[in-house]
Design a protein around this ligand. Structure first.
Ligand code: AMP
Length: 476
């Protein structure tokens, strides 16, 4: 059994790891850490839940621990697509670096510039940033990037989804050519491959698959709704979430506006629910997430981008209010349940307009997802659309004193693509008010196997080939 000390990490880090209770490295850590410690570029193909954050944070701390921070000249830069993921990386950093003198600054939108600048002026070894805020601070001359020795790009494919690639390229061009790059992505679409080819130096590729033992505990079901009104879907959703055995869950919607509508509808019907998407301000999202983690809140209604990267422990259920346009998002969504050997259930509500997306998902899975019968599959019992129309001003039931999430503040200026925009068709966003951003995730089971190779020319495939093995199609 490989231990952290076998990977070449120093005593201070080993003590910190002991304190957080990690017993042994996960496959991505085992595969990436020795190469990263040796100063090589590493291309990690891994999704959240595999322990990827530690796989770049630990070697980064080890390598930086010898030097000193200089004012406004960080020695390393970690780029994250979302504020929440950035905040989680910062939390990880604090845990692992607690026995060192290293300092960090979190540069994310939605919070004041001042305190960030203060830390930068004093000198931070590590900048953890979303691209928009980093560029803002860079353009204001508050952060200089020519001292960056180690660059980490986390969730590159999410960056692509969110329209960050031009920003990333701009940032990459300002960094010293002589640096180490640790690059992580769950999948490798051509745009990401091109970035890797242009900006990495003969990277060692380490790929992990999702642990089969985790995914085989997910039972997948489809709940058909014949009526094409959203009210019929909401009715079906209430039936699905109202069953016994549903402890908590994430309800995914394709559109941000549905996230709000569904959350309000559930609250109206007495469920403990709250929305989370990129247009909500940071404090609201953090609060909602904390409540969900502490079991004060039972249902989180989320968009794909907002949910990506969220550090949510185990949920008993995932509900898809609609079938995602991108079949891979289905995999990400349902991966929120059935973690770490726990049993999970993923229920997908399928209306007439979801058929095509469902066919794509089933094609990817190589199987049909069985239908469930929750009493009335035709959606004929919903209250009238009128009656179900949620009341916007209504807060979360049973939780007085809460700030209504709809009242979120406007985003920080120019923190642009740090939003959910990519998941909303242009027509919907056009008239939408200007707003802020989205979020990230993780779990503890990480028993996937690591495959590693010496160059970047392998046939990269995300988790495409591994996918079918992850799933256990449940009995209808
Ligand atoms: P990540 O994939 O980085 O989002 O990490 C997923 C979760 O696994 C986080 O909650 C980490 O704290 C946890 N974790 C990371 N590495 C280990 C490890 N070696 N042993 C146990 N838990 C870990």
């Amino acid at each position: 059994m490989i231990s952290f000390s076998d990977l070449g990490l120093g005593q201070k880090l080993l003590d910190a790891l002991d304190a957080v209770g990690y017993k042994q490295p996960t496959p991505i850590q085992e595969g990436a850490i020795p190469h990263a410690l040796a100063g090589k570029d590493v291309l990690g193909i891994a999704q959240t839940g595999t322990g990827k954050t530690a796989s770049f944070t630990l070697p980064l701390i080890e390598r930086l621990s010898k030097g000193r921070a200089k004012a406004r000249m960080p020695r390393s830069l970690i780029l994250s697509p979302t504020r929440e993921l950035a905040a989680q990386i910062a939390e990880n950093f604090d845990n692992y670096a607690k026995n060192t003198k290293l300092t960090k600054v979190l540069l994310i939108g939605g919070v004041a510039f001042g305190p960030q600048e203060e830390i930068l002026n004093k000198g931070a070894d590590v900048v953890i940033a979303t691209p928009g805020r980093l560029l803002d601070q860079f353009e204001r001359g508050k952060v200089l990037l020519n001292g960056v020795q180690i660059l980490v790009i986390d969730e590159a494919d999410r960056m692509l989804d969110m329209g960050f690639i031009p920003d990333i390229e701009r940032i990459l061009k300002t960094l010293p050519a002589q640096r180490q790059t640790l690059f992580f992505s769950a999948t490798m679409p051509p745009e990401i491959k091109s970035l890797v080819d242009r900006f990495m130096n003969n990277p060692v590729r380490v790929e992990v698959s999702r642990p089969a033992s985790t995914a085989t505990t997910i039972t997948q079901l489809v709940a058909r709704v014949k009526d094409k009104t959203p009210a019929a879907k909401r009715d079906m959703l209430r039936k699905a979430i109202g069953r016994s055995g549903v402890k908590n869950g994430i309800i995914f919607c394709n559109r941000k506006r549905d996230v709000d509508t569904v959350a309000r509808s559930l609250i109206k019907h007495g469920f403990s629910a709250a929305p989370i998407h990129g247009d909500l301000d940071q404090s609201t999202r953090t609060k909602t997430l904390d409540e969900f983690k502490s079991d004060t809140l039972r249902f989180l209604v989320a968009s794909d981008v907002a949910a990506r990267g969220l550090d949510i422990p185990a949920v008993s259920h995932v509900f898809n209010f609609d079938v995602p346009h991108n079949a891979e998002d289905y995999v990400h969504r349902i991966g929120r349940t059935g973690r770490a050997g726990l049993e999970g259930e993923a229920i997908t509500i399928v209306g007439p307009s979801d058929d095509r997306n469902l066919a794509a998902v089933e094609k990817m899975l190589g199987k049909k997802i069985p239908s469930a019968d929750f009493g009335d599959g035709a959606g004929s019992a919903p209250e009238s659309a009128q009656a179900d129309e949620p009341t916007p001003s209504r807060g979360r039931k049973r939780r007085p004193g809460k700030t209504d999430t709809e009242k979120s503040a406007a985003p920080a200026k120019s923190e642009k693509p740090d939003t959910d925009a990519s998941e909303v068709p242009a027509a919907e966003t056009r008239n939408a008010p200007k707003k802020p951003k989205p979020a990230p995730r993780r779990d503890r089971s990480s028993r996937g196997s690591a495959r590693e190779s010496g160059g970047e020319n392998d046939n990269v495939k995300g988790f495409g080939d591994d996918t079918p093995a992850f799933f256990n199609i449940g009995q209808g």
